[in-house]
Design a protein around this ligand. Structure first.
Ligand code: FAD
Length: 376
């Protein structure tokens, strides 16, 4: 018999939650990760006493009480509320679009005035069936908001003209007629005190983890160690890219330590003009109300993905959707392998969603949980 019940490829939230649940159910797990740390993209690196979100800003939010309670087992959450500020050629606007934004744009003071202004903006455009992302956004919010806060940011993010992007990228653009800068509508929101590593450490406390270990560098030997594999890496790579490579958008992060206490006064700034090459600047201490003497910032530059770069955002166009469908058919036929997480499913998942998905798959795989056993 094999040494382990499960070989779990990837120590991101999917792999870590699955490993935690399987271990709790009495299974023996080995988690491997090709990176030098566990946690996948939620990993934080401590610099100047500040938890630096190493793979981009991560704000936890959910409406699901069960998932909120689940993560709160491992860390306490602070009261951080995401309220990004947009910088358009030196003009500052609150996000998401709300009464503060409208006041700054047009001087409107009441919800009625703001609604009228937006209606006037949209009225004369004559767009009924939006043919692309630009028309879709114009139809929803009109030209002022579109030009200053959406167009260039989106074009930088996707590396394509808004007129060449599909309309479905933007389904809705929430406009809020209150003076409320809270980006998310969810009931629960915050940043774990001690950083996301605390949650990952809690999940993997009783689990054997091997870092700097790439599944594909030693596939046969690693596979032979366990009865089953939980795979959270790239699905196209798993199947040897036989139907072609799935396209991703990537990001470059430039991290700087600054010898000042407070650089921008907010955790997240979006740069919504065409000329600034980066889209966001985060100042990490503000995620946790830090009072350290120095500060650490990250500039986030959008990039086209390629094999050497980290894959971040799946490009869910027709071509890629057709390719992923073929890989998914192979995955269904693959015996004793469970595919999960953002790379194996080729879809964007927020943290609460990936945790939810791992819990569902773990439950399905492991049957009744230990607690239920005891209850019986
Ligand atoms: P990952 O975290 O990517 O974990 C996969 C792991 O598998 C990695 O550690 C990788 O090294 C490892 N791996 C891959 N291939 C191999 C291999 N061949 N061998 C060994 N190991 C391998 N969510 C929110 O809820 N709020 C946010 O504010 C938010 N902000 C985000 C900002 C950015 C820039 C990005 C990119 C994502 C953001 N997310 C946010 C989403 C969040 O990062 C994901 O939901 C979560 O990290 C997904 O976990 P995962 O386990 O699926 O994947």
């Amino acid at each position: 018999t094999n040494t382990y019940d499960y070989l779990i490829v990837g120590s991101g939230l999917f792999g870590a939650v699955f490993a935690h649940e399987a271990t709790k159910a009495g299974k023996k797990c080995l988690v491997i990760d090709k990176r030098e740390h566990a946690g996948g993209n939620v990993y934080c690196k401590e610099m100047e006493g500040i938890n630096v979100h190493w793979y981009g800003a991560h704000i936890f939010h959910t409406n699901d009480k069960e998932i909120w309670d689940y993560v709160n087992q491992f860390a306490e959450f602070n009261r951080y509320t995401n309220s990004p500020v947009a910088n358009y050629k030196g003009e500052l606007y609150n996000l998401p679009f709300n009464m503060n934004t409208f006041y700054r744009l047009w001087g409107t003071k009441t919800p009625e005035e703001a609604k009228q202004k937006i209606a006037d903006q949209i009225e004369n455009l004559g767009i009924t069936e939006p043919k692309n992302m630009e028309e879709q956004a114009l139809k929803l919010v009109g030209p002022d908001i579109y030009e200053k806060l959406i167009k260039h940011y989106t074009e930088k993010q996707w590396g394509r003209k808004a007129t060449e992007l599909p309309a479905f990228i933007i389904k809705r653009l929430p406009v809020r007629f209150t003076y409320d800068n809270n980006y998310f509508n969810d009931k629960y929101q915050g940043i774990p005190v001690g950083g996301y590593n605390k949650i990952v450490e809690g999940l993997l406390k009783d689990v054997e983890v091997r870092l700097n270990t790439d599944f594909f560098a030693d596939r046969e030997v690693l596979s032979s160690l366990a009865d089953k594999i939980v795979f959270t890496g790239k699905i196209d790579e798993y199947f040897g890219y036989q139907f072609g490579e799935l396209e991703y958008r990537s990001l470059k992060f430039e991290v700087e330590t600054l010898d000042q206490e407070n650089y921008q006064g907010n955790a997240v700034f979006n740069y919504t003009d065409a000329d600034t090459p980066y889209n966001r600047v985060y100042e990490h201490k503000h995620f946790e109300f830090g009072t350290q003497p120095k500060t650490v910032i990250t500039k986030e530059y959008p990039l086209q993905g390629s094999r050497g770069l980290e894959p971040y955002y799946p490009v869910n166009d027709e071509n890629n959707s057709a390719i992923v469908k073929k890989y998914q058919d192979l995955a269904k036929a693959e015996k004793n392998v469970i595919f999960g997480g953002r790379l194996a499913e080729y879809r964007y998942y927020d943290m609460h969603q990936v945790i939810g998905s791992a819990l569902v798959k773990a439950k399905r795989e492991l049957g009744v949980s230990q607690e239920e056993d005891v209850a019986i």
